[in-house]
Design a protein around this ligand. Sequence first.
Ligand code: TRP
Length: 334
Amino acid sequence: MDNITQNKKRVLSAIQPSGMLTLGNYLGALKNWVNMQDEFDCLYAVADLHAITVRQEPSKLRQQIYSTCALLLALGINPENSVMFVQSHVAAHSQLSWLLSCYTQFGELSRMTQFKDKSAKHADNVNVGLFSYPVLMAADILLYQPDLVPVGADQKQHLEIARDIAGRFNSIYGDVFKIPDPYIAKTGAKIMSLQDPTKKMSKSDENLNSWVAILDTPDDIMRKFKRAVTDSEAKVCIGEEKLGINNLIGIYSCITGKTAEEIENEFYGKGYGDFKTAVGESVVEALRPVRENYQTFIADKKQLEDIYKAGAEKAEYYARRTLSKAMKKIGFVL
Ligand code: TRP
């Protein structure tokens, strides 16, 4: 397979299809996905199977799978160098997931914080998929024998369980799965809500001014930054009681590469109005090409399909190899 060489470390990650990825997703994760392509062999999946643990409207789900693929390309995932694919197109994910579920304990899945949170939130639909979600995620990862898995803080426990499952399987059958390490990027930040900086920026927040979508218009972005919650000190600097300003400094730093100290100097003696405008403009400029590229990719369904189909074919090659190996070890007749 031409994309994957032997000498670089391999990276796998995945993101659920959502038409509304946020600035938080971008600065916290996706920007790193793009940068990692220089140094690593990368596989990136659109985790559509994971999306149906909560009820989805069919036409919307379909649209979101397309738009997530288009957005990844628009951000700079390069299908010449990386393998970009849709999870459900590679059947081995579901297959390995079943096998691994027989090496996973009910008790350990019951302790997953995300399961506890989500089952409380969707109390009317606590389905088995929601419960076994981490097993499918373990399959996503282990199929590709990656060295590194970039994950946010909220997914660390899931990566941990994937490592446990792999270790348990290996201790019975020998070295079948590589045990991957989490990858915590040097840059990249946890972006907080613009309206309540004690909370993470989230697209499910009802207050629409609290989050910025990657595809928001420049006007919307500027409006949201101008309304961002700050404090009454009127001094642009990091401070324990200045969560709103800390967050804005974090965003500006991520985008411009400037340190907090440089930013404090730049805005010394200036008011919050100037600072918010500068942060908003930096975000607008960073996202402008993404938005434009997105329009091009989403308008050409045929090209989009060609790209994700080619990606699935490459992914399939790796996935099959690992799946066959695991099946043989267990004792299946192939
Ligand atoms: N569960 C992850 C999330 O919601 C997405 C995901 C699915 C994933 N499979 C993965 C992330 C494998 C990393 C590796 O963010």
